[in-house]
Design a protein around this ligand. Structure first.
Ligand SMILES: NC(=O)c1ccc[n+]([C@@H]2O[C@H](COP(=O)([O-])OP(=O)(O)OC[C@H]3O[C@@H](n4cnc5c(N)ncnc54)[C@H](OP(=O)(O)O)[C@@H]3O)[C@@H](O)[C@H]2O)c1
Length: 346
């Protein structure tokens, strides 16, 4: 069999949390060549002098940061920039990259008014990006511009979508999403001393992942539930736990719920559902997902109430692992290539 030539990849924003995580994963990808890594602050510096996590990787030697606007011709450019920074790069990028996969929120919302309201800084590029969650919206070879989901949005979708798609839930759903410190990026203004030992509300209302979740649930149900979505800040480096509380449509049984999740996640190697959790340890938790590309999901039913829980690593399944999974699907590689199933414990 002829050897497949490597996919040439650029990572824009490679010095940040998601960019560095992408570099870490892709250094171990047998069919990827990292050809272009951007950082404005560290332009010219070897990546091994900046990214402690990859400095001992043999393939990292010789790679240097370059400025974002000098990108070479590549097969895939990953956008790991703060919201609003990629749109300005798009005219050049559209000429030099065959595909752009964006991890920022710029192009997640399809409705122009919603997009302008929630991402006002991202309106400079108007050609559509396709919103892709690998398990629900299989990436196609025709996709040139892809926007990946928000980390808390996708955790919520993993928890709730099977119930909504099967029409089993009724009324409003209350969702709380708890996230670790890396969720706000490497330039967060929050001092570690304020985060350590604390657990606090981040946004009780108005988080911009809420319209994204509504959009994705609206694609699978005529009348998706109204969500009351609140976010919290956890004192951990990585990880998200989402809990959704709602009621089942009258007459819906626990068995129907079990079947809905079983069917939805029957062929999703990276989303693992438990439909009959018996003890607290059976529920999703950070210790079984952090360090892995796995999202754990569980749903528990009592009478007409349900509690659906999902957990994942925001930098892996919530961002860069999701991005590698998408690349693998686009290029016909094994979906799990270069992606860990195992978590880091203790
Ligand atoms: N963190 C998460 O858990 C997570 C999950 C899913 C999605 N996301 C999204 O992914 C994106 C990146 O997040 P992150 O946490 O990796 O952020 P980050 O740690 O702050 O990294 C941002 C990167 O962008 C570069 N950069 C900043 N401003 C730039 C500009 N104006 N032009 C060019 N490059 C610029 C920075 O490079 P220099 O400072 O070195 O120049 C750095 O490499 C965000 O849009 C975020 O919403 C994050």
């Amino acid at each position: 069999m002829a050897e497949r030539s490597a996919v040439r990849v650029a990572v824009l924003g490679a010095s940040g949390y998601t960019g560095a995580e992408l570099v870490r994963l892709l250094l171990d990808h047998p069919h990827v060549e990292l050809t272009y890594l951007s950082s404005e602050r560290y332009t010219g510096r070897p990546i091994t002098s900046v990214l402690a996590g990859v400095r001992n990787h043999p393939r990292a030697a010789g790679l240097r940061f370059q400025p974002v606007d000098a990108v070479d011709e590549v097969d895939v450019a990953f956008g790991c920039l703060p919201g609003g920074a990629l749109p300005a790069q798009m005219p050049k990028l559209a000429e030099r990259a065959q595909r752009v996969i964006n991890l920022a929120g710029d192009f997640r919302l399809a409705d122009p008014a919603q997009s302008a309201a929630h991402y006002p800084e991202s309106q400079a590029w108007t050609e559509p990006f396709r919103y892709v969650v690998p398990e629900f919206d299989e990436p196609s070879v025709d996709d040139r511009f892809i926007n990946l989901p928000g980390c808390m949005a996708v955790t919520t979708l993993y928890a709730l979508r099977p119930l909504v798609a099967a029409g089993l839930t009724v009324g409003d759903v209350v969702v709380d999403a708890k996230t670790g410190a890396s969720g706000s990026g490497s330039r967060s203004s929050e001092h570690p001393a304020d985060r350590i030992g604390n657990f606090r509300v981040h946004k009780p209302y108005g988080h911009r992942h809420a319209p994204e979740i509504a959009q994705a649930l609206g694609a699978v149900a005529d009348e998706p539930p109204r969500l009351q979505f609140s976010t919290y800040s956890l004192d951990v480096a990585r990880g998200i736990v989402v809990t959704a509380y709602g009621r089942l449509r009258p007459g819906v049984s626990a068995l129907q719920v079990k079947r809905a999740y079983g069917t939805a996640y029957a062929r999703t190697p990276f989303v693992r559902a438990r439909t009959a959790p018996k003890s607290p340890g059976d529920f999703p938790m950070l210790k079984s997902v952090v360090g892995s590309n796995v999202a754990e999901v569980a749903v528990s039913v009592r009478d007409d109430e349900y509690v659906a829980v999902a957990a994942l690593d925001n930098l892996l399944k919530g961002a860069s692992g999701q991005a590698v999974q998408t690349l693998n699907l686009l290029y016909g590689f094994e979906q799990s290539l270069a992606l860990p199933f195992t978590a880091v414990t203790p």
